[in-house]
Design a protein around this ligand. Structure first.
Ligand code: PEP
Ligand code: MG
Length: 328
């Protein structure tokens, strides 16, 4: 198995017909990067920075965060690092005073989490953006805002970022002026309005873990409703199709960084919907690469076309599993 993984690391992520596919890693700590590269990752598509906050009793300082981001950049040696701003909330609680204390919220998943929390704690948000921008002087960094649910919210986040850029300029501190700014697509309102958002960011990353829970009204952490939680629900597939199409039309890259990206049974479906950039937990990379190397885009388009005609997630799942078993 070890040998097979090594071999897969060294071959290109291209489909049978030669279409290159980008395989990126989801990480929580910079120290995971060497292992991710060993699995064949071409960069980091999702750095979940909240773990810097969860690991500490206090908010990490600007310098402390900068160190974490610089470590990641050093390990990546020129490959891209996508840093997601703080995403604390119901699924990732924090003991920090006033940050992620969801006890008072009846519906924390619908409450003050993620970008909403950052926008309500501007000094904290700015400290993080300063650290990210300062790190960008040392390697390719992309900034990504999580859980955007409306266009004004995105504009507000970008405005805060611009304030921080002005401050750094005033202070004569170096950063990458062309740093890419993107957003996650995790809320149905945004998936539906994807065309409008595509005009305002440099890239999309689809967070299916949340998109599925919000589309299907199924708490991603509640075992009692776990059978209802399905990434291949036809309604979710319709949203994915719309988002990928909106990104393609506008000419911005779109990745998918939810668990779905690392599940072999969905590879053909996602390729067929037009996805070319996948970000996943590093151990999933070799198997995903193995699947995509075995298929052609034309074949995947047929799979996606057929899958989108089913009425239930069960039928879709049975179908894609069946298709996968034919190619592996
Ligand atoms: C997602 O929601 O799909 C995602 C990647 O973010 P997280 O799992 O950290 O909420
Ligand atoms: Mg999410």
């Amino acid at each position: 198995r070890e040998q097979k993984r090594g071999k897969l690391r060294d071959v290109q992520a291209v489909t049978r017909d030669g279409t290159p596919i980008e395989l990126l890693a989801n990480i929580e700590f910079a120290s995971e990067i060497p292992g991710a590269l060993d699995n064949g990752a071409e960069g980091v598509g999702l750095f979940r920075t909240e773990f810097l906050y969860l690991a500490a009793a206090e908010e990490p300082t600007e310098e402390g965060q900068l160190k974490g981001y610089r470590d990641a950049i050093r390990h990546l040696a020129g490959r891209p690092l996508t840093i997601r701003t703080l995403d604390l909330g119901a699924d990732k609680l924090s003991g920090l005073a006033g940050v992620g204390e969801d006890d008072h919220e009846r519906n924390p998943f619908l409450g003050c989490r993620s970008i909403r929390l950052s926008l309500q704690n501007l000094p904290m948000f700015k400290r993080q953006l300063r650290a990210i921008l300062r790190a960008s002087a040392e390697g390719p960094v992309r900034i990504m805002f999580p859980l955007i649910s409306g266009v004004m919210e995105l504009r507000q986040a970008k405005m805060v970022l611009n304030d921080v850029i002005e401050d750094l300029d005033d202070e004569g501190i170096a950063f990458d002026r062309s740093v890419e700014v993107g957003m996650m697509i995790e809320v149905p309102s945004v998936a539906i309005q994807a065309r409008c958002f595509a005009e305002e960011v440099d890239f999309f990353s689809i967070g299916t873990n949340d998109l599925v829970q919000y589309t299907l009204a199924v708490d991603r952490c509640n075992e009692r409703v776990a059978p209802l939680y399905s990434a291949c629900h036809p309604a979710v597939l319709m949203l994915l199709k719309e988002v990928i199409r909106a990104a393609d039309r506008t000419g911005i890259p779109v990745s998918l960084c939810g668990e779905m990206a690392g599940q072999p049974e969905y590879v053909m479906l996602l390729l067929g919907l037009g996805l070319r950039r996948f970000s996943m937990t590093p151990p999933a990379i070799p198997e995903v690469k193995q699947v995509l190397r075995a298929v052609s885009i034309e074949q995947c388009r047929r799979v996606a076309g057929k899958a989108s005609r089913f009425d239930s997630d069960r039928e879709v799942l049975n179908f894609v599993r069946d298709e996968l078993s034919r190619v592996l």
